[in-house]
Write a protein that binds this ligand. Structure first.
Ligand code: ZN
Length: 258
């Protein structure tokens, strides 16, 4: 091993610089996001970046010697590479040179480790698929098949080739996570607030109070007249105290509701 190490001098390294919010994600780098990477084999930028711990979903620009490059660019000894983070707002419905396959519309698949985001995104009106029984492969497959934006704290999931668009969610709590996602995607207004079932993601419909009267608590029966029903799971929604609390959380994340 010793002779092998000696045979690579500094010229056999490439210099990678992870800019902005990418820097803290990199293994083996200083706070400035600089890494000297030993080039010991043929490796693409995507391979090297992910070996350093940064999922490809977090990278929005690759520059080699200052020129735009792609994922499959082979890292050469002595190369100087700059990796650029997202510049919000990001619009996944528009193709970019690194992601030529734009999403037809903004829909999400939410990984189990950020499950609380599913409820909040549904409350805003977004189609946010989530099922706690899905493993990484199931989430990645769904993202690929239904062209969904993946939200996760799992770097391994976001490194998968089937995932094109996604976000390694940094925040630990659901409210911070929502603020992070709406800031990234430039979501300023809820597309369809409180029209989607929080439990199962289906769209709800208005329902006559008379038809569900037998399912209401006396106080709800007395004080509320407008109700919505989820035909998928049969859950009833009305604008009670839980609604006010949720509204506060959504607005605190920076989204205007109706
Ligand atoms: Zn439902």
């Amino acid at each position: 091993m010793r002779s092998r190490e000696v045979s690579f001098d500094s010229d056999a390294s490439a210099e990678l610089r992870f800019a902005g919010e990418l820097a803290p994600l990199v293994r083996r780098s200083g706070h400035d996001g600089m890494v000297r990477y030993p080039v010991r084999r043929r490796a693409s930028i995507k391979d090297v970046v992910e070996a350093l711990g940064v999922p490809h979903t977090e990278i929005y620009g690759v520059r080699v010697e200052g020129r735009e490059a792609h994922w499959d660019h082979l890292l050469a000894p002595g190369a100087s590479v700059m990796l650029l983070p997202a510049e919000p707002p990001v619009d996944p419905t528009r193709p970019t040179s690194l992601r030529p396959h734009a999403l037809p519309r903004l829909r999400f698949v939410v990984d189990e480790n950020v499950a609380g985001l599913a409820l909040l995104l549904r409350a805003l009106g977004f189609d946010a698929a989530y099922d706690r029984t899905w493993d990484d492969e199931a989430v990645a497959d769904l993202a690929s098949r239904e062209r969904r934006f993946v939200l996760s704290r799992d770097r391994g999931l976001l490194k998968r080739g089937a995932v094109q668009w996604g976000r390694l969610v940094r925040s630990q709590d659901p409210d911070g996570q929502l603020a992070e996602v709406v800031a990234l995607l430039g979501i300023t207004e809820a597309p369809a607030p409180f029209l989607r079932c929080l439990r199962c993601n289906a769209l709800t419909e208005p329902v006559d109070k008379e038809l569900i009267l037998h399912r209401l608590e006396p106080k709800t029966r007395k004080y509320f007249n407008e109700f919505r029903l989820c035909r998928e799971c049969n859950r009833i929604y009305w604008r009670g105290s839980h609604h006010g609390h949720l509204l506060y959380r959504l607005e605190a994340a920076g989204v205007k509701i109706g």
